[in-house]
Write a protein that binds this ligand. Sequence first.
Ligand code: KIV
Length: 304
Amino acid sequence: MSVTNFHGADEAVPALSGIPTKVTSQSLLDKKLNGRPIAALTAYDYATARLVDEAGIDLILVGDSLAMVVMGYDSTLPVTVDEMLHHTKAVRRAVKRAMVVADMPYGSYHTDLAQAVANAIRFVKEGGAEAVKIEGGANRVELIERLADAEIPVVGHIGLTPQSVHRMGGYKVQGKSMTAIERLIKDALALERAGVIAVVLEGIPREVAQRITAELTVPTIGIGAGPDTDGQILVLHDLVNLTFSGRAKFVRQYGDAAALFRGAFEAYRRDVETRTFPDETESYHLTKETRAVLETATLARRKA
Ligand code: KIV
């Protein structure tokens, strides 16, 4: 068996029976070129990542939103590299087809460039991520170039960047004034020149997202950025009503896992309390012979 599975660079890799065609940065780019939307979603654990992958989602982001939706913090700021890695590894084990992207958490790339590259390498080497995502625009160019030197593909993220919550003064739609719009366009172009494979556009007006999408060669993936981006991403917990907070305007809820889970947990509690769980069919049994021996031994012990 050969160690590498080499395919011609420009050749589309056919899906082998049962083995889905792997999503790569090239296939994301092809989607943009062919006008086929990219479907992306966050995931943070084995079970959901597996379902997301099996649903044919192209890109799975282990987002730092896990700080809020999984760990219960009120912002993304507290989550650490080790915590993000823990979840990235679980997602990696589940995913066969989608591209797995790990979010670099706040503080992991904001100080020293060498430290930032070392942290990103951990996401690839230990976490099995195929790319990392970092928030910021022109101010991240040097880092993106250093990551490219370390063979790490980067997804950019501009607009409403949750790690900048304190600078922004809250989670507010960005890019509303002409100055802000021009800065966003400059940032997007700087990210592209630096070599990102895609740019997440979050919380910006539809018109601005449309303009940036038209300017860029690499795909844009929107969240709260209207329908004209090359792809869409949502936080999984928002999609299935597991967030326990008011729903943002841009979220469409596709299922109600909270109702499903709550119903199941309450029914289980009732069944335990009424001794209807477990029943005979849910119990293990001794063989007839062993049962007879056990009964005889029990009787003998009672008589003694
Ligand atoms: O952390 C996250 O989930 C994200 C998405 C909202 C893009 O960054």
